[in-house]
Design a protein around this ligand. Structure first.
Ligand code: AHM
Ligand code: MG
Length: 329
C-alpha cells in the first residue's frame, strides 16, 4: 500500500526542496478533502442543504456546502507557511495567507465544491486544485503549462484524489478505515479515442451552427469505424472528466453565441483538469487553442473547454478552428 505522502516523497523529477513543499501542500489538500468527504457522508442529517442566500463573484447562488467547503480549504491553507496566495471560486479576491505573507512561494487555486447542483440530490461532487510557484516579482497568474501540480478530489461512492506534478497521473482512494489515501491506479492513460461524449445538450439553442454540427456528429455512426458514441453527463465536471480519463471519449462545455467564453473557469477548472488529462496522453482545448498555453488575464476568467481522448478532441479542434471542414478527417 503506497500512501499519498510516500508517493510524493518518491517523485524523482523534482528537487528535494520542491518535493518537501509539494508534500506539505498535498497533505493539506488531502486533509481538506477528507473533511469535505466526512461532511458529505451526513447529507440530509445536518442543516447543510440549501442556499446561503448569497450570490458569489460568478453571479451564482451560494449553497451552504459551497461555503463550508471553501471555509475548510481556507482553514487548511491558513496553517501553511509556504502558500502565500489562495484563489477560490467562492472568493471575489485572492487571499494572502498571513503566516506566509513573506515566506510563501506558492499560489493555490481551487474550486472547493464542483458540481454544486448535485448537492441536494446526493450525486457526485468534486474539488479541483492547481498549484503554481510565484515568480521573483510575486506574480501568480500564469499559464496552465506553468503548474507545479494539479488535480482533483472526487466524492462518489468512494473518495478519490487524482494528481499530477508533471510525471504522469496517479489515482488514490481514501480508505475510511485508516482515514488515509492509498495509491489505487498508477500512471493513468486516457485511451487515444473513446465512445463517450459528455455535454449539456439543453444548451443546444445557445450554440453556434458549428458547435451544433459537432454534437450532432456524435449521434451518427462513424462510417469509417462503425463507432457510435454514448452520452453521459452528471452535471459535475470532475465526475464527467474522470469517466473520460479512465474510459476515453470527450467532455465539452463550449462557448455560446451570446457567451463565447463559456461557463467554466480557466484557473481552477479548465487548466488543472487539462494538466491531468494531457499528462495522461489526452488533450485540453478551447476548440481553437490549447488550454495550457492561455495567458490568464484575471483569476476568475472563463474559457470554453473540450477535453479528453487525443483523437476525439483533435477531430473537433480541426473542425472548429477551420483547419478541416469535414468532421471525419
Ligand atoms: P460549479 O463549480 O459552480 O458547480 O460549476 C461548474 C459545473 C461543472 O461541474 C459542470 O460540468 C457544469 O458546471 C454544469 O453546468 P450546467 O448545469 O450548465 O450543465
Ligand atoms: Mg466547478
Amino acid at each position: 500500500m503506497v500512501s499519498l505522502t510516500r508517493h510524493i516523497r518518491e517523485q524523482q523529477r523534482l528537487s528535494p526542496e520542491v518535493v518537501g513543499d509539494l508534500s506539505d501542500m498535498m497533505t493539506q489538500i488531502a486533509l481538506g478533502g477528507k473533511r469535505i468527504a466526512r461532511d458529505l457522508c451526513r447529507t440530509g442529517l445536518t442543516d447543510m442543504i440549501g442556499t446561503t442566500g448569497e450570490t458569489n463573484v460568478q453571479g451564482e447562488q451560494v449553497q451552504k456546502l459551497d461555503e463550508r467547503a471553501n471555509q475548510i480549504f481556507v482553514e487548511v491553507f491558513e496553517q501553511s507557511e509556504i502558500v502565500r496566495i489562495v484563489v477560490s471560486e467562492e472568493m471575489a479576491e485572492p487571499v494572502v495567507v498571513p503566516r506566509a505573507a513573506r515566506s510563501g512561494s506558492y499560489a493555490v487555486f481551487f474550486d472547493p465544491l464542483d458540481g454544486s447542483s448535485n448537492i441536494d440530490v446526493n450525486a457526485p461532487l468534486g474539488s479541483i486544485f492547481s498549484i503554481h510557484r510565484l515568480d521573483a516579482a510575486g506574480h501568480f497568474l500564469k499559464e496552465g503549462g506553468d503548474q507545479l501540480a494539479g488535480g482533483y478530489l472526487l466524492y462518489g461512492p468512494g473518495t478519490l484524489l487524482v494528481y499530477t506534478c508533471g510525471d504522469g497521473v496517479h489515482q488514490f482512494t481514501l480508505d475510511p478505515r485508516d482515514n488515509e489515501f492509498f495509491l489505487s491506479i498508477a500512471n493513468v492513460h486516457v485511451p487515444a479515442c473513446g465512445a463517450i461524449y459528455s455535454v449539456n445538450e439543453g444548451n443546444r439553442s445557445k450554440w453556434s451552427a458549428d458547435v451544433r454540427h459537432v454534437i450532432d456528429s456524435f449521434q451518427e455512426v462513424d462510417p469509417k469505424t462503425g463507432r457510435l458514441y454514448t452520452a453521459r453527463y452528471t452535471g459535475c465536471l470532475v465526475a464527467d472528466v474522470h469517466r473520460i480519463l479512465l474510459k476515453g471519449g470527450l467532455y465539452l462545455y463550449p462557448g455560446e453565441v451570446k457567451k463565447p467564453e463559456g461557463k467554466l473557469r480557466l484557473m481552477y477548472e479548465a487548466a488543472p483538469l487539462s494538466f491531468v488529462v494531457e499528462q495522461a496522453g489526452g488533450i485540453g482545448s478551447t476548440g481553437v487553442e490549447r488550454i495550457a498555453s492561455i495567458q490568464p488575464k484575471s483569476p476568475h476568467q472563463r474559457v470554453p473547454l473540450i477535453i479528453g481522448s487525443r483523437d476525439d478532441v483533435e477531430r473537433v479542434e480541426q473542425f472548429l478552428s477551420g483547419r478541416c471542414r469535414q468532421l471525419d478527417c
